[in-house]
Write a protein that binds this ligand. Structure first.
Ligand code: PGA
Length: 272
C-alpha cells in the first residue's frame, strides 16, 4: 500500500469517527415544490428510515402540506417547520398564516429572512426581527438566514453586512432568548446555483460569526447558537463542509427534494 492510500484510509477513519460523535441539525427547505402525491411518497420513503440518535432532522414543506406531515410523522423523530408566516396573532391579513396556526399543525421550526423572501417579497431585517419575536413567544425555533450577494462579497465590509443583519433581527428579543435562535449562513451566490462556497470560505465566515456572537452576546450565548451553512449542499460536498469549524448543520434546498438524497446526506452526517 502506498503512502497516499494509507493517508486516504486514515483520513476516512478520522472523518467517520468525528461524524459519529458530532451532532448536526439537518434542515430541508422544499420551497414551492411538490404535489400532494409526491409529498405522500416522500414521507412514506423516509418515515421508517433510521436517522440515528444524535442529529436533528427537520423538513420545511409548503404550508399547504403541513397536515400531511402532522398525519404521517406523528410517531416519527423527524421534525418539521414552516417556510413562512405573518408575525401577528390574528386579524385582517388576507392570505397569511400566523405562527400559532403553524404550531397547531405541529411545526417546531420556522425559516426566517431567507434571501428569496428578502429579494422577491421585500422582507427586511426589521420584519425578520418581528418574526423572530413571534417565534420566541410561541415556542417555535427560528432559523434566521443571513448572507451576502456576489456584489456585496466584492467589498471588504461584507462581513459587517452579515453582522448588521443579525443585530437587527435580534433587536426585539431579550438577551436571554438569543440562544434559542439558529443562524443559517447562506451566501446568495451559492443558493440554487450549484456553486457551493468552499469549506475554507464557509469556515472563515462561520468562525467570524462565532467570534462576533461571543463578543457581542457573551460566551454562554455566543457559543450556544447553532450555525448552519446553506447553498448547493449535496451528498458530494456535505462531508467536507461538515468538517469546517463551527458548522453545526445545514439548510438544504434542492437536494432535500429527493428522499433518497436527503437520506444519503443524513447518513453521511452520521458517519455511515
Ligand atoms: P439550495 O438552497 O440547497 O438549493 O442551494 C438552499 C436554500 O435556499 O436554503
Amino acid at each position: 500500500m502506498d503512502k497516499r492510500e494509507i493517508e486516504r484510509i486514515v483520513r476516512k477513519e478520522i472523518v467517520t469517527g468525528v461524524f459519529q460523535i458530532q451532532d448536526f441539525l439537518v434542515v430541508g427547505n422544499w420551497k414551492m415544490n411538490k404535489t400532494k402525491k409526491e409529498v405522500i411518497t416522500f414521507l412514506d420513503d423516509i418515515v421508517n428510515h433510521d436517522f440515528g440518535e444524535k442529529n436533528t432532522v427537520v423538513i420545511a414543506p409548503p404550508s399547504a402540506y403541513l397536515y400531511l406531515f402532522e398525519e404521517k410523522l406523528r410517531y416519527s423523530k423527524i421534525l418539521y417547520g414552516t417556510q413562512n408566516f405573518y408575525p401577528k396573532d390574528n386579524g385582517a391579513f388576507t392570505g397569511e398564516f400566523s405562527i400559532e396556526m403553524m404550531r397547531d399543525f405541529g411545526c417546531k421550526y420556522a425559516i426566517i429572512g431567507h434571501s428569496e423572501r428578502r429579494t422577491i417579497f421585500y422582507e427586511c431585517d426589521d420584519f425578520a426581527s418581528k418574526k423572530i419575536l413571534s417565534c420566541i413567544q410561541n415556542q417555535i425555533k427560528p432559523i434566521l438566514c443571513v448572507g451576502e450577494n456576489l456584489e456585496q462579497r466584492k467589498h471588504e465590509d461584507f462581513k459587517q453586512f452579515l453582522v448588521n443583519q443579525i443585530k437587527t433581527a435580534f433587536s426585539r428579543i431579550d438577551k436571554s432568548d438569543i440562544s434559542k435562535v439558529i443562524i443559517a449562513y447562506e451566501p446568495i451566490w451559492a443558493i440554487g446555483t450549484g456553486e457551493t462556497a468552499t469549506p475554507d470560505q464557509v469556515e472563515e465566515i462561520h468562525m467570524f460569526l462565532r467570534n462576533f456572537l461571543v463578543n457581542e452576546y457573551g460566551n454562554d450565548i455566543g457559543k450556544e447558537i447553532p450555525l448552519l451553512y446553506g447553498g448547493s449542499v449535496k451528498p458530494a460536498n456535505v462531508k467536507e463542509l461538515a468538517l469546517a469549524q463551527s458548522v453545526n448543520g445545514f439548510l438544504i434546498g434542492g437536494a432535500s427534494l429527493s428522499a433518497q438524497t436527503f437520506i444519503e446526506i443524513s447518513d453521511l452526517l452520521n458517519g455511515k
